[in-house]
Design a binder for this molecule. Structure first.
Ligand code: ATP
Ligand code: MG
Length: 584
């Protein structure tokens, strides 16, 4: 299969003219001031993410435009205009004022994807407080860790989730208020003594609010990282990040006024806030929010029903869609899709090629982290896609491959540390209560991402692996991504995770774990076949020496393969922090 390049589409044939049609020109002359000028700023001075995403549109024809289309788990549907979003978030900002919440206080939300979650996020930002969204599948310990570490004063949650974490709540002396959202009265006897009723408070609050005059560097959102490589870190962001959200929503997601946009990430992870809240609404797009989780059939029918045009998802979801097969797509009309993007893990070339076949367009990979706040490297609609590459740096930000010890940039084609020149708009402001770790990420004038990659002669970046995951076998440095991508080209393989297994002679040997597609069974014969297949695709030194079959690979709740856990289990070592591990 030819993975070399998927040529950019003929612009005249596209459903919309790309926002970024001259990448080289934009990179050459770009200044962040120009983006700042496209945003409004608070009427009395200052910058507030909620104002840029919601209230500023009230001065335009977007006031009555649908901002949010919500589909509930049970098929319920609700729609809210930008004006209604503004009113509802004003109400919640007033609720927080009534509770004595001050600028900078932490307000955490632990709930499913309801419209009210979004009102609460914007209300918190308008109040000038810091919002901390938590993924609703967390158990008591991860919730306790995060509320304790952040010193949260308010927890907004739902009756069922409150019940799940009830034992840890009395152990949090800084937590002053528990606000219970009972969406459409789904639960009877929702409140415990001392709880506050979200719906009552909202009904009593005014829908007018004077937004706190937050400045660019005031804190806005804090997110704990995915925990793929170790204990999750609380990355803190500031209102200035909205410049990066808006700009990359425009360039990489190509959001335009007529778009119906769907981001499948939960706001408990940074993709679900930067691109599930800020980027779409600062760009004035209509956003679909689906309460439920993954289901190939349901997802395709949502695209069909709401005529989704721009879709942002993740490699793990794409691999699951591949597993569900092409027949599943064909049962629906997904021809409304005009631009598809992916983030979170390396996107295997096989997935890009598959997307091109079934959706009639390339899936556009892009790279960023919780710490970077927004996309920094991307494939843009008006650019050739090189399957397996994360794309090229956004205008206004310098990204390079460096030698971490010296800070020198490395020439094209050389593997090294992926690094970013500070500052950029969405750069994290700290790890909460962990200044030493924050400082350790900056070396020789670069922010060191912890990922290894190389750049080709045309400035496309190629992911090699996490620095921690890179395998040293007989003097070769092997990135797990290359090996995993080769394995999943085999028709039997759904997912692959590759580790370095200590070896007395080679230092480490490459060991792969694979899960199979429906209809395939593990066998010695298949194992041998996969070994041969990988040896044909990869240099002998890189091909796996051992392959084990697993029913599924351990993943974070945000869908990333946890190689450190594969390794710990293989070696019989302690599993470390598993707070973000998704249970089967
Ligand atoms: P932790 O920092 O707690 O170990 P994490 O790094 O997975 O978890 P996130 O900030 O959610 O937490 O993920 C960012 C990381 O995800 C990147 O550093 C990179 O390793 C990986 N990643 C994201 N997008 C891509 C991509 N397009 N290609 C390859 N890797 C990606
Ligand atoms: Mg990380």
């Amino acid at each position: 299969m030819d993975y070399s390049v998927i040529a950019k589409p003929d612009i005249s044939q596209l459903k919309a003219h790309p926002n970024l049609d001259d990448y080289a020109g934009a990179r050459a002359s770009f200044q962040w001031d120009s983006i700042r000028k496209e945003l409004d700023g608070l009427p009395g001075g200052g910058l507030n993410l909620a104002y840029e995403a919601v209230d500023r549109h009230l001065k335009t024809a977007r006031r009555t435009k649908t901002a949010l289309i919500w589909e509930g788990k049970n098929g319920e549907e609700e729609r809210y205009t930008f004006e209604q979003m503004a009113q509802q978030s004003n109400r919640f900002a007033n609720v927080l004022t009534g509770l004595g919440i001050q600028k900078g206080d932490r307000v955490f939300i632990f709930a499913e994807r309801f419209p009210e979650l979004y009102f609460a996020v914007f209300g918190t930002l308008k109040r000038g407080a810091v919002i901390g969204p938590l993924f609703s599948a967390f158990g008591p310990d991860p919730v306790k860790d995060r509320l304790e570490d952040s010193g949260a004063k308010v927890l907004i949650t739902t009756p069922d989730l409150r019940e799940r974490v009830k034992d840890i709540l009395p152990q949090l002396p800084e937590l002053k208020h528990i606000v219970i959202m009972n969406k459409n009265g789904r639960f009877k006897d929702a409140l415990q003594p001392g709880d506050l009723n979200f719906e009552d408070l909202m009904a009593k609050a005014s829908d007018q609010f004077q937004i706190e005059a937050t400045q660019e560097t005031d804190y806005s959102i804090m997110h704990y990282t995915s925990g793929t490589t170790g204990k999750p870190k609380g990355a803190v962001h500031c209102h200035r990040a909205v410049l990066g959200h808006y700009a990359t929503g425009k360039w990489a997601l190509d959001l335009q006024d007529q778009d119906i946009y769907w981001c499948t990430a939960d706001p408990g992870w940074v993709t679900g806030t930067s691109y599930g809240i800020s980027a779409p609404w600062t760009n004035g797009a209509t956003q679909l929010i689906y309460e439920g989780g993954f289901s190939a059939n349901r997802w395709y029918s949502l695209i069909d029903k709401y005529k989704v045009t721009v879709w942002y998802t993740a490699p793990t979801a794409i691999r699951l869609l591949m597993k569900a097969g092409e027949a599943a797509v064909k049962r629906h009309d997904v021809s409304s899709l005009r631009h598809i993007c992916s983030v979170g893990e390396p996107l295997n070339p096989e997935a890009v090629v598959w997307g091109t076949r079934v959706f009639d367009q390339a899936i556009h990979d892009n790279w960023w982290q919780t710490e970077t706040g927004h996309i920094l490297v991307a494939n843009y609609p008006a650019m050739d896609v090189r399957p397996g590459s994360m794309g090229r740096p956004i205008p206004g930000v310098e990204v390079a491959i460096v030698n971490v010890e010296t800070g020198e940039t490395l020439p094209p084609g050389t593997d090294g540390d992926l690094a970013v020149k500070p500052p950029w708009p969405g750069m994290f402001q700290g790890y909460w209560r962990n200044e030493a770790m924050y400082n350790s990420k900056f070396k020789n004038g670069w922010y060191i991402t912890g990922d290894r990659a190389h750049m080709d002669a045309d400035g496309y970046f190629w992911f090699v692996g996490r620095t921690d995951d890179v395998i040293n076998t007989a003097g070769h440095l092997v990135g797990p991504f290359e090996v995993e991508s080769a394995l999943i080209e085999h028709p039997a393989v759904a997912e692959a995770g590759v580790i370095g297994k200590p070896d007395p002679i080679a230092m480490e040997v490459v060991k792969a774990f694979v899960s199979l597609k429906d209809g395939y069974e593990p066998s010695e014969q298949l194992r041998q076949e996969l070994m041969r297949f990988a040896r044909k695709k990869l240099a002998a030194a890189v091909a796996p020496r051992e392959i084990d079959f697993l029913p599924s690979l351990p993943k974070t709740r945000s869908g990333k393969i946890m190689r450190r856990l594969l390794k710990a289990r293989e070696l019989g070592l302690p599993e470390g922090d598993t707070s973000t591990l998704e249970e089967d």
